[in-house]
Design a protein around this ligand. Structure first.
Ligand code: MF3
Ligand code: CO
Ligand code: CO
Length: 255
């Protein structure tokens, strides 16, 4: 495994790509309401990325993925394909945006409640957010990816939720997915040691029920086996000399 170290010039390009990905989520928020379809959300994001920002939606045609964003509703864990599904009051949806700007990637996702949050919807979204946050807060030179993983897993499990094992965060830069794999479960002090200039995502998928998942016949959509709700949040960040820098932030959104 070789983890690339980005130069200051490369980090600046990732800052720009990361901010754009986060701006797409800021923009789409007001459209995530009862009655909208996930393909309408895809269309609005595609238009904004391509026509307003002259950037590329990384998912489109990535390993055959057919759309520009991922929309994962309720028990869908990740990689939901936008389509005719109509969002209704009480649903939760993860919207995952990856853009390529000037050759560099920014990757981020957030959860949205459709109408007022339900008790279970709020619970899984809040536990997943706090899990991601605790993982990010471990990031500094000399810490290991196992430290990050353990902070995420131990919090989620303390809340009687479970961490999906089959999908993980990833190094990111001029490639969408590169080394290292960023597992969301593990033991402190294990795995690669973090160094300034490494860039990766942290994106735990947290289930309200059991951790097991199943891939649907479309070869993309991942769902919980027990049909329990699942939530995920994602930031792209860099290791700095004294901690971390989040790239997927805007004037309206940070950790
Ligand atoms: N954005 C996802 C991630 O966080 C990957 C989506 S791959 C796609 O890594 F092909 F489904 F878009
Ligand atoms: Co990612
Ligand atoms: Co993503």
């Amino acid at each position: 495994m070789t983890i690339s170290i980005k130069s200051p010039q490369e980090l600046e390009k990732m800052r720009i790509a990361g901010r754009l990905a986060a701006q797409v989520l800021d923009m789409i928020g007001p459209h995530v309401v009862p009655g909208v379809t996930t393909e309408e959300l895809d269309r609005i994001c595609h238009e904004f990325i391509v026509n307003e920002h002259h950037a590329t939606p990384a998912p489109l045609n990535y390993r055959g993925f057919p759309k520009s964003i991922c929309t994962s509703v309720n028990h869908v864990v990740c990689h939901g394909i936008p389509g005719p599904k109509v969002l209704k009051k009480g649903d939760i949806v993860n919207i995952d945006i990856t853009v390529i700007k000037d050759g560099w990637h920014g990757d981020t996702s957030r959860m949205f409640h459709i109408g007022p949050p339900t008790v279970k919807g709020k619970r899984i979204c809040d536990v997943a957010y706090e899990s991601m946050k605790r993982g990010i807060e471990q990031v500094r030179p000399g810490a290991t990816l196992g430290d990050v993983a353990h902070a995420i897993q131990s919090y989620a499990e303390s809340q009687h939720c479970s961490i999906v094992r089959e999908y993980c965060g990833h190094g990111i830069g001029s490639n969408f997915h590169e080394d290292p794999q960023v597992l969301h479960y593990g033991k402190p002090g294990t795995g690669p040691m973090l160094q300034p200039g490494m860039t990766f995502t942290i994106e735990p998928m947290v289930n309200l029920g059991r951790r097991h998942v199943k891939l649907l016949n479309d070869e993309w959509t991942v769902v919980t086996k027990d049909h329990s709700l699942s939530a995920q949040w994602e930031h792209t960040l860099a290791v700095t000399d004294d901690g971390f820098e989040l790239f997927t932030i805007t004037d309206h959104w940070t950790l």
